[in-house]
Every structure is written in C-alpha cells, then in structure tokens.
Design a binder for this molecule. Structure first.
Ligand code: ASP
Length: 332
C-alpha cells in the first residue's frame, strides 16, 4: 500500500506512560477553543529512516532520552524561565546524549572527523547566533548563544568559532569526546555516499510565560560529508527561525534542501504574512518543496499549537505544555 508522503503529528501519536491529562486538541496538537497554554515546548531528535523493528530496548532508550530533554525544558518554562533558556537546556541535554547526532555521538565526516553545526534564535528581538563546522566545542548550542549575545555577528565557523568559544570560557574537548562506536561503524561502512545518512539532529522550539518564542537546532551533519560542509542547522532561516507572534521552527533533514528553499523562514512567512496555520505552513513547505524523504520540521505558534510534519518514515519528537501535555513520538 502506498504510504502517505507526509505525516502530521496528530493526537494519535504514540504517547509515553507519563502522558498528562488528555485535553481537546487540534490535528496539529494544540488547544482547541480553550485558553492557550501558559507555556509550550516541542522537541525533535531527527527525522529519517527509523526501522519499525528498532527493537524494544532501543525504542525505550530513545524515548528515555527525549523524555529527559522534555522534562528539562518543561521545568525551565514551568518555573517562569525564558524560551531561550528552555531551548538551550533541551538541546544541551540532547547534545550530551550519545544516541543523538549532536554533541557527543555526532557523525564522522569523510576524513573521520567530527564537525558540528548549531544555531539559536530569539523570537522577541530576532537576535540569533550560530556556529558551523566546529570540532572542539562540547555544546555547540551554547556557543551559538554566545555568538548571539556577545558578538555583533550571527555566524562563526571553524577555528574562529572554536577560539571564540574558548575565550568565552567554554572548555574545549578533543575529537575523541564525540566518538561513538555506532557512528564509527557508519563511517567505515561508507554510509552516506549515495544520499543522506545521518539522522539524530536535535532541535527545540519554545513559548514562555511572557509569550516569547525561541528556536534552536544542533547537529553533527551528514555521515561522510565533505570536510568543511555546512548544513542548514546553523543557518538562520534554513534550519532555525523564530519570531514572536508568528512561530518558531526547527528542521531536520537534507540540509542542502533546507538551505535551497529557506525552509524555516518560508514557514514563518506563510504563517505571518500568509495567514496559514502552523500546520498548513509546515505541510506546504515539507510536502510542496522538499522531496520525499528529505526531512521534517517542528513548528510552534504563539498560541501553543504545534505542528510536526515530516516526509520520512519517522521523526523522534516530543511535546509538552502547561496544561499537562507530555508526549513522545517516533513513527507516524
Ligand atoms: N539537517 C542536518 C544537516 O543537513 C542533518 C539532519 O537533520 O539529519 O546537516
């Protein structure tokens, strides 16, 4: 049977044991008719070919990692913290988790090295920052935030970014820090040569009690990518975008396609200028512009509505909000 090309994250999403009270939700996963939640958070751990027979143990480990990150971000927002802090803390948690392709556990490039990309954006001010192709920064999302807050630039790359991070007090790590057996095997098996092999990029979008939106994304990129290759994740408007009153977006997939189509910014344009819902906008871009299998996005509106749209077999994801929602999903 022909599988639907694009999948929206709906109420039927597989929920974890710790799901909060079920409330009425729209298809895109937000409040219907009621008050918007005081805060909301959505996260992803990458879109791709996630085999259905992943095995109960691995599924449980992924769920556990997503739940941990979702809990960290929820606590920040519940306590009145900012959406920027929530996004940074969620992504740091996922970067530290070797299961995901960001921070520890990042994929190898063609030369057997790790080069990481990340960005963050403040929807209240449109301030943003990113780092690209860095190999000594344990938590690239924190370096991205420092670029945003302590420089007049939006993107630093390579050794310049690494030097900046160190000057800002981030202790450098050796390349060995990022090593995982699983990613090494993918490297030596030569995966990625014929297409995208990666998955496990991480991202978060958040709405805080002040109504401020923020978004962030972090990745090791694509397995066996050329040295120096930069994907969409550190590019504002491609992999990450946030604007108060409009939406916050984080993407995962073939970075070149996301850059080509300005995916995150285009979704925000369709919502802000075109009057589309977050779900409509995400669908139009993921279904209409990205070829099948190229990835997905998480989009959060100022009313707490969340759209998870992807054209891959699965996307690791989760959502939580002040109403008690707490959900994790992997496949359609
Ligand atoms: N978008 C990432 C990149 O192209 C990879 C991914 O999300 O899987 O670097």
């Amino acid at each position: 049977m022909l599988r639907r090309a694009t999948v929206a994250f709906v109420v039927a999403l597989a929920v974890c044991g710790c799901t909060g009270p079920e409330t009425s939700r729209s298809a895109s996963g937000g409040p219907v008719g009621g008050q918007p939640p005081a805060w909301a958070l959505a996260i992803h751990g990458g879109a791709g070919t996630i085999p259905r027979d992943l095995g109960a143990e691995r599924v449980a480990r992924y769920r556990e990692g997503l739940e941990r990150a979702l809990r960290v971000g929820s606590a920040v927002l519940e306590d009145g913290g900012t959406s920027l802090d929530a996004v940074e803390q969620v992504i740091r948690t996922l970067e530290d988790d070797p299961r995901f392709n960001a921070g520890k556990g990042a994929v190898f490039n063609r030369d057997g090295k790790h080069e990481l990309d990340a960005s963050i954006m403040d929807g209240a001010t449109l301030a943003c920052g990113g780092v690209a192709a860095v190999g000594t920064i344990r938590n690239p999302i924190t370096a991205a935030r420092l670029v945003m807050e302590r420089t007049r630039h939006v993107l630093l790359s390579g050794t310049g970014a690494e030097r900046f991070a160190e000057e800002q007090g981030l202790e450098p790590v050796g390349q060995d820090y990022f090593f995982t057996e699983r990613r090494y095997r993918s490297h030596v098996e030569g995966l990625g040569a014929g297409g995208r092999e990666g998955g496990g990029t991480v991202g978060a979008v958040a709405l805080d009690r002040e109504g401020n939106l923020a978004a962030g994304t972090s990745t090791g990129g694509l397995t066996n990518k050329l040295p120096g290759r930069v994907g969409d994740s550190p590019i504002i408007g491609a992999g990450t975008y946030a604007r108060n009153g409009v939406c916050a977006v984080s993407g995962t997939g073939t970075g070149e396609e996301f850059i080509r189509h300005g995916v995150a910014r285009r979704i925000a344009y369709l919502v802000g200028d075109g009057g589309a819902t977050v779900e409509e906008a995400a669908r139009r871009v993921v279904e209409g512009l990205l070829g099948p299998g190229h990835g997905g996005v998480i989009v959060l509106g100022p009313d707490g509505n969340v759209a998870f749209v992807f054209n891959t077999p699965g996307m690791y994801r989760g959502a939580a909000d002040a109403s008690g929602r707490f959900e994790i999903g992997i496949w359609e």
